[in-house]
Every structure is written in structure tokens, then in C-alpha cells.
Write a protein that binds this ligand. Structure first.
Ligand code: F6P
Length: 324
């Protein structure tokens, strides 16, 4: 293998830059020519591919976002799109592709590597933590830190006014951010896509807090929750339980930005280093991930198939006890 390209695709995540830096420098250290693809799969199709050297990734380890830019690309889902992308790689003799992203990125990588003879390695980079085979995905830790910083501030005002707040957090169909944020912020309740909580159940939990002199409460709603977003849930709760003045906050895209935590910088560095080394040893169609503080590889198919098993059930049980 002589030439490797790296791209970031899908939603950006803090720690991606630390990871790009590790990929580029590990490749160069091993005598490989390194390339960066701008704007993910869209850049592969548009031939937006640039050579990278060790200095192209200087002073980026602490930055959120991705210097390679990112996009959600529909064209790469078509045979025509993939063919153009392949020809652009072939024209530069690029025989290895490293993709950093979430489940959409991995689906693209799987389809591409099934069709063409090119080594592909995936690195789990998404705040959602929704890939099987890595206990943590890149950006998840920073996103939780950002969420709890925001919730801490909301708690100050919720407490001052004796209010009930519904706070919606990201995660698409994964409740990981919501659950960990609930534990770390001491939320009174959390609604997750993976577990059904009825409005009756939620109301009885809030009423029991009110009856034991809780003057304010915080409910975290994961965006993928089946009964609706934070506004819908707040409305349904209010119809049955009007003890508190109620407010809603949607945290939105602020959860995706910011300087990566030490955890995400180190994880990004470890995963980038490992992805290149695995590829140089002949591994392909696989993802590198962190399992029990060791770097392990998982087949891309497996990584895509089982994320709903990731929710930490013990944390869910614990939030109910610790928020009485
Ligand atoms: O996958 C990361 C994520 O932030 C999800 O949590 C969220 O559902 C989605 O991306 C939002 O996507 P976009 O930035 O394209 O609106």
C-alpha cells in the first residue's frame, strides 16, 4: 500500500481533528503518501482530494469540527456516484481509504468496499455513540460535557423559579447522550428511544418528587423518543400534572461543537494511529474501536448491526433511585 486518503463524513464530532492528525502523521511516519478528501464522500465524487503532509495537520488537535469539512452525500448511495469516486481515487493510485464518521458513513464504506478492490477502514466518529464495537465513539464524551454544562445553567434558573424543565438532547435514535447526561446532571427523569416510558409513569415520578418537596425538576428528552420531542412531552405532561411552571429548551447543534475533551483527543489519536497500522497489516472492511480500554477491530457489518445493545441499563435503573 502506497497511498492512503482520509475523509470525515456525516455529522462532525469533536475529536475528528485529533484523529485526522493521527492518521496523516502515522501514514507519513510509515512512508505512505497521504491525501485528504474535502467534504466527505461528496469530495470523492467532486475530485476534491488534496495531498497532506505532517504540517497540514499542525495545531488542530484542540479544535472542534473537522478541517476536512463534512457533508451528507446522497449521490454516493448510487452506483454512478461510487464509480466516479472510485475513478478519482484510482487516478491517484490511492489504494486505501480511511473514513471517520457514524452509521451513514459506515454504510457508504461497506457498500464501496464490497464493490471495489480498495482497502477501507472505519473510525467511529459521532456524538451519538451508535456504533457497535466501540464503547465510545469520537465526540460523545465532549458532547456530554457540553450538555451537562448547559443543564447546570438551566438548573440554576429552574431552581430559582421553582420550574419544571424539559431539555431535548441529540442522539438521533440513540439515547446514549441523554442517559449519561441525566446521570451527570442529576436529572429527575430521562426519556430514551430504546425504552418506553409512558406519560403516566413520568407524571407519577414527577408527582412523587413534588410530594417530597422537590421545588424544581429536570427531564431530559432524547430527540428520538417515540412519544415526540420535548415540546410534545411537556404538553402531554401538563395536561395531567400542573404543579410546576413548565419550560422547554432544545439544546440543538451547540452539542456538536467545541474543543474536544482530553478523552476525545486521546481516543481520536489512538483510533487514527490504529486504523493506519491495521490497514498497513492488510486489514480491510473493519472498524477500529475502544473496548475495555483496548483498541480492537470489528467488521463493518457487525459495527452497523447491533447498536441498540449499547445502552447502559444499570445507569437507567440508577437515575430512578438517585433522583428521588
Ligand atoms: O449524528 C449526529 C447528529 O447530531 C444527530 O444527533 C442528529 O440527529 C443529527 O446529527 C442532526 O443532523 P444535521 O446536523 O444534519 O441536522
Amino acid at each position: 500500500i502506497k497511498n492512503i486518503a482520509v475523509l470525515t463524513s456525516g455529522g462532525d464530532a469533536p475529536g475528528m481533528n485529533a484523529c485526522i492528525r493521527a492518521v496523516v502523521r502515522t501514514g507519513i511516519y510509515n512512508g505512505i503518501n497521504m491525501f485528504g478528501v474535502l467534504q466527505g464522500y461528496q469530495g470523492l465524487i467532486n475530485n476534491n482530494i488534496i495531498p497532506m503532509d505532517a504540517r497540514s495537520v499542525s495545531n488542530i488537535i484542540h479544535l472542534g469540527g473537522t478541517i476536512l469539512k463534512t457533508a451528507r452525500c446522497l449521490e454516493f448511495k448510487t452506483d454512478e456516484g461510487m464509480e466516479i469516486a472510485y475513478q478519482n481515487l484510482k487516478a491517484r493510485d490511492i489504494d486505501g481509504l480511511i473514513v471517520i464518521g457514524g452509521d451513514g458513513t459506515f454504510t457508504g464504506a461497506r457498500n464501496f468496499s464490497n464493490k471495489y478492490n480498495i482497502r477501507v477502514m472505519g473510525i467511529p466518529g459521532t456524538i451519538d455513540n451508535d456504533l457497535y464495537g466501540s464503547d465510545f465513539t469520537l465526540g460523545y464524551d465532549t458532547a456530554i460535557n457540553t450538555v451537562i454544562e448547559a443543564i447546570d445553567k438551566i438548573r440554576d434558573t429552574a431552581d430559582s423559579h421553582d420550574r419544571l424543565f424539559f431539555i431535548e438532547v441529540m442522539g438521533r435514535d440513540s439515547g446514549c447522550i441523554a442517559l449519561r447526561s441525566a446521570v451527570a446532571s442529576g436529572a429527575e427523569a430521562v426519556l430514551l428511544p430504546e425504552r418506553h416510558t409512558s406519560i403516566d409513569e413520568l407524571v407519577s415520578q414527577l408527582a412523587s418528587g413534588a410530594s417530597t418537596k422537590k421545588s424544581s425538576s429536570i427531564v431530559i428528552v432524547s430527540e428520538g423518543h417515540k412519544a415526540g420531542g420535548a415540546y410534545d412531552i411537556a404538553k402531554q405532561v401538563k395536561e395531567q400534572f400542573n404543579h410546576y411552571d413548565t419550560k422547554v429548551t432544545i439544546l440543538g447543534h451547540l452539542q456538536r461543537g467545541g474543543s474536544p475533551s482530553s478523552f476525545d483527543r486521546i481516543l481520536g489519536s489512538r483510533l487514527g494511529f490504529a486504523a493506519v497500522n491495521e490497514m498497513l497489516q492488510g486489514t480491510s472492511k473493519a472498524m477500529v474501536g475502544l473496548r475495555g480500554n483496548e483498541i480492537k477491530t470489528t467488521g463493518i457489518d457487525e459495527a452497523l448491526s447491533r447498536h441498540s445493545f449499547k445502552l447502559e441499563n444499570d445507569l437507567l435503573e440508577m437515575t430512578k433511585v438517585l433522583s428521588i
